[in-house]
Design a protein around this ligand. Structure first.
Ligand SMILES: Nc1nc2c(ncn2[C@@H]2O[C@H](COP(=O)(O)OP(=O)(O)O)[C@@H](O)[C@H]2O)c(=O)[nH]1
Ligand SMILES: [Mg+2]
Length: 376
């Protein structure tokens, strides 16, 4: 907002000067009649002093152009000097209201399009290019801008820290000793549940030296059953097919000697109420100590949002993001964490069982979202 005082012989002249200097969008904040300076001023006519303002960032609209021109014309050229008529007082009030509106408008405009430094502009653009939602990228850029405006800091380092904060603390699996730990895997068809169950079962058996078992409740497709059977046989891990609720209960009991039991499920549409009931029932029945939502990183932002909403009936779950090897930059991981407000447990990075699974490394993820290191 630029504010300036104008002196003229009459209001018409003042309006002309203001219009020439500030353009048609200028508004009048105050007007009064003043004597000229010096002794001779007493013998001369009073001058009009007008305080006007304009917002250099406000786009010029056709309508307000016309409106202002009309207002300028309507301004009486010869007013009684020294006094403020009720018409003028009214005008002043109107003008003050206009200025208030203008200030509010420019505040909203500034919020919608913050004037980022070059470095923050680059960060914003790069986040969006790396698949972070525009909304989230803007929030991060806004914060990075605010912080770097206050303190001399490297904007990229600030943005990296902001991404890291948003990714949250990773959740490495915490197993209870002397207890059977049941882990249940949910997610849509093709997300990578079965492959992930096999990978994690292998990791727990071969790396953590735990006694592991698998229960498969996805008995709808023969192909899916053969899929998990091959992995279980190869890794010599006991596998039980459960065709009914009773089967599930029996399977969990049969695997009582195992430290960890991984339960694979079928992925139907989570919008389906029947499926929600089934899955909710399965979580209770198995007394699952952990539920994992398995989600492919290449799922579109919109589908991720919908999917997460549809799984919100599960009170608490952790995230496993699959197929990181299929994308260039993992910006979508940040969206998924943000939409779900859940913690990241594992990421998978290929089709090899059991090796292509990793504990979620948020430092590394933040680095590749900001662009400091490669995603794999
Ligand atoms: N590239 C890649 N493919 C994967 C990964 N995880 C699973 N897949 C593949 O995704 C497809 C579906 O996996 P599957 O485990 O059957 O999914 P489910 O329907 O959720 O059980 C299979 O072809 C898997 O090999 C991964 O991390 N990277
Ligand atoms: Mg499956």
């Amino acid at each position: 907002m630029i504010v300036k005082r104008f002196l003229a012989d009459n209001m018409q002249d003042a309006m002309r000067k203001i219009s020439e200097e500030m353009g048609p969008e200028a508004v009048i904040l105050e007007q009064k009649f003043v004597r000229r300076k010096g002794i001779t001023g007493y013998f001369k006519k009073k001058q009009v002093q007008v305080v006007a303002a304009y917002d250099p960032y406000r786009p010029i609209s056709q309508d307000s152009n016309k409106e202002n021109a009309q207002k300028a014309e309507a301004t009486p050229a010869h007013k009684e000097e020294g006094t403020f008529g009720s018409e003028q007082a009214k005008q002043l009030l109107e003008i003050k209201e206009l200025v208030k509106q203008l200030t509010e408008k420019s505040r909203i405009a500034a919020e919608a399009e913050p004037r980022y430094s070059l470095e923050v502009q680059r960060i914003y653009k790069s986040l969006v290019e790396r698949d972070v939602s525009e909304e989230l990228a803007k929030e991060i850029a806004d914060k990075a801008q605010a912080i770097t405006a206050q303190k001399v800091l490297d904007a990229r380092a600030v943005a990296r820290q902001l991404v890291l904060d948003r990714l949250g603390e990773p959740y490495p699996l915490k197993l209870k000793k002397l207890e059977q730990n049941v882990l249940l895997f949910a997610g849509s068809t093709g997300a990578g549940k079965t492959t992930t169950v096999a990978k994690l079962a292998g990791m727990l058996k071969f790396t953590a030296n735990l006694r592991v078992g698998i229960v498969n409740t996805d008995t709808y497709r023969i192909g899916a059953m053969e899929h998990i059977r091959i992995f279980a046989d190869l890794m010599e891990i006991p596998l039980i097919m459960a065709y009914s609720e009773e089967d599930v209960e029996t399977a969990i009991k049969t695997l009582a000697d195992r430290d960890v039991v991984l339960v694979d499920t079928a992925g139907k549409s989570a919008r389906d109420r029947e499926y929600q009931k089934e899955l909710g029932g399965l979580i209770k029945l198995t007394k699952a100590s952990e539920v994992f939502l398995v989600l492919s990183v290449s799922t579109s932002k919109k589908s991720c949002k919908e999917l997460i909403e549809n799984y919100s009936f599960i009170e608490d779950y952790k995230l496993i993001i699959t197929k990181l090897d299929e994308i260039e930059f993992p910006g979508n991981v940040l969206n998924i964490v943000e939409y779900s407000k859940k913690r990241l447990a594992y990421v998978t990075v290929g089709q090899n069982v059991p090796e292509d699974i990793r504990e979620a490394d948020t430092q590394k993820l933040a680095g590749s979202i900001i662009g400091d290191n490669s995603p794999h």
